[in-house]
Design a protein around this ligand. Structure first.
Ligand SMILES: Nc1ncnc2c1ncn2[C@@H]1O[C@H](COP(=O)(O)OP(=O)(O)OP(=O)(O)O)[C@@H](O)[C@H]1O
Length: 256
């Protein structure tokens, strides 16, 4: 494939990206591609740089070296086509708004700060709420929601943008199994419609189950491939920076 064809096929292209935080290089030489219709799991130990990479893709953190292209645009230019689901604790849940208003804030970038939502915005929010099964709760203050309902608000807020790229930061953490299943099914529907999904998670069996490809990150990309091709325990031990871990290998269903 030529470089131009490859750029067209990849919704997200990261080439040699490095990010410095507090004078320290926390991510270096990272390469990653995510195509339309792919769900890629970004896996790595605490402090590996997963959230840092997501924040760079959103244009919230500058890269020191390398290139990030989203549909051929820079992160800042592409911001209106990227849906972002942050970790639940990062959202301000005591803000006095209802579910529908919170979902509408996903479109703020597109609407502009001083304009009122139009018919397109209302229709996009209706659809997003319906997809996460929150239509009946749309007038409920967000401070009164359970953890699983809050997670679905964050997903609706991201979907309200009708994004071509969806970034999910640990979307399954703390959720019961039925809520995990609702979201897993929804993410599968979205990829079948052509959305590209990049998701961080510490749930390795779920990632191997739901993702078409896994990217193992530890300050740089240690390995990248379909779950079936990442069966070598040494790769996982290297990605997690440990000499041995029975628990890690057990959770992956691989053993030495
Ligand atoms: N504002 C900051 N200033 C300096 N260093 C930072 C800052 N934010 C994060 N870091 C460091 O950058 C590294 C990567 O952090 P990051 O949050 O991206 O990791 P992560 O892979 O998402 O971890 P976790 O799985 O624990 O969420 C860590 O060593 C962290 O201490």
């Amino acid at each position: 494939m030529s470089g131009v064809q490859e750029a067209a096929a990849s919704v997200l292209q990261v080439d040699g990206a490095s990010v410095e935080l507090g004078g320290r290089l926390v991510l270096h030489d990272a390469d990653l591609r995510v195509s339309a219709g792919e769900q890629v799991g970004l896996i790595g130990p605490n402090g590996a740089g997963k959230t840092t990479l997501l924040r760079s893709l959103l244009g919230l953190l500058p890269i020191r070296d390398g290139v990030i292209a989203i549909g051929g645009r820079t992160p800042a230019e592409a911001r209106g086509s990227i849906g972002y689901v942050p970790q639940r604790h990062e959202f301000v849940w005591d803000y006095p708004v209802d579910v529908r208003t919170a979902a509408m804030t996903g479109r703020t970038h597109r609407i502009g700060w001083l304009r009122r939502p139009g018919a397109d915005d209302r229709a996009a929010v209706d659809e997003a709420l319906q997809r996460v099964d929150l239509t009946d709760l749309q007038r409920r203050p967000i401070g009164e929601l359970s953890g699983g309902q809050r997670q679905r608000v964050l997903v609706a807020r991201a979907l309200a943008l009708k994004p071509s790229l969806l970034l999910l930061d640990e979307p399954f953490t703390g959720l019961d199994v039925p809520t995990q299943e609702i979201l897993t099914r929804l993410f599968r529907e979205l990829t079948s419609e052509g959305t590209a999904i990049l998701m961080t998670t510490h749930d390795l069996p779920a990632a191997a189950d739901t993702c078409s490809r896994l990217c193992l990150l530890n300050e740089t990309v240690v390995a990248d491939g379909p779950p079936d091709e990442l069966r070598d325990p040494a790769v996982w031990l290297r990605a997690f920076g440990v000499a041995r871990s029975e628990q890690l290998l057990h959770s992956l269903g691989v053993s030495r």
